[in-house]
Write a protein that binds this ligand. Structure first.
Ligand SMILES: C[S@@+](CC[C@H](N)C(=O)[O-])C[C@H]1O[C@@H](n2cnc3c(N)ncnc32)[C@H](O)[C@@H]1O
Length: 232
């Protein structure tokens, strides 16, 4: 096999693994097992597909911090939800963020994130399709997530929990893959939470580059002050 054939074969295998990860139906055991087996080659696979989601999410976090967060970047607390191997954390650290926590469903992925050394803490076995009760309300200035609002992964309902752990006037920054956005009503969930006074969309970059041929929307959502009666 010559080098070009070899390259194409590796790319096809990477695309197959990425596609297979979208067919896990949100089942936590299947997801954990799939990512346990994929953890070692995950970064090589997504790199072959020019994965630019993490750098875009981190750049958005940098812009939002500069525009709206009333404290220095190094003192801005960020939660990276579904941190995987830590690609977003590494980008955030390059931009000067220092208080970065992460969590993931997969122990193997979370362990790789720990090894990057850019996170303050990384928790594993945290399922975002359930209440993340170990995380207190209003703990973070920003919550970021990249590649988890993807087919077969996390349901849009998780947005409510992400908003809960983010302080009022803090931000949730999230990518949604195009294939996911079409079938999972992420926008409906945003509208529903807006009507409930939980958050409001500040900005959305539509159809941005994400991974290989798949584009994504990049949402910046502002968490609202709770009405007085809900604070009681
Ligand atoms: C495509 S990877 C993205 C990882 C990382 N954010 C990145 O951009 O490289 C999706 C990650 O979501 C995690 N995940 C999937 N379902 C989850 C859930 N219900 N709760 C928390 N994490 C989940 C997987 O374990 C995996 O690490």
């Amino acid at each position: 096999m010559d080098t070009v054939d070899q390259h194409n074969a590796l790319r096809q295998a990477a695309q197959k693994r990425i596609k297979a990860s979208h067919a896990l139906g949100g089942d936590p055991d299947c997801l954990a097992q799939y990512y346990r087996e994929w953890a070692d080659s995950y970064e090589l696979d997504v790199d072959r597909e020019c994965y630019c989601g993490p750098s875009i999410v981190a750049e958005l976090a940098g812009a939002v911090q500069a525009a709206y967060i009333g404290r220095e970047r190094a003192a801005t607390a960020i939660l990276d939800a579904g941190c995987g191997t830590g690609l977003v954390g590494i980008e955030l650290e390059h931009l000067g963020f220092r208080l970065i926590d992460g969590f993931d469903l997969s122990e193997a992925m979370a362990e790789m994130a720990r090894q990057t050394g850019v996170y303050r803490t990384v928790e594993d076995d945290v399922d975002l399709n359930r209440p993340i009760s170990d995380y207190s309300s209003a703990s973070y200035d920003m919550t970021v997530c990249c590649g988890i609002f993807t087919l077969g992964h996390v349901h849009p309902r998780a947005l409510r929990e992400l908003a809960r752990v983010t302080r009022p006037n803090g931000f949730v920054i999230a990518s949604t893959c195009k294939s996911y956005a079409g079938s999972m009503s992420f926008e409906d969930e945003v509208m529903c939470l807006q009507e409930a006074g939980v958050l409001t969309p500040e900005q959305c970059l539509n159809d941005g580059r994400f991974l290989g041929e798949e584009d994504a929307d990049y949402w910046t959502l502002r968490v609202l002050e709770k009405p007085a009666k809900q604070r009681l």
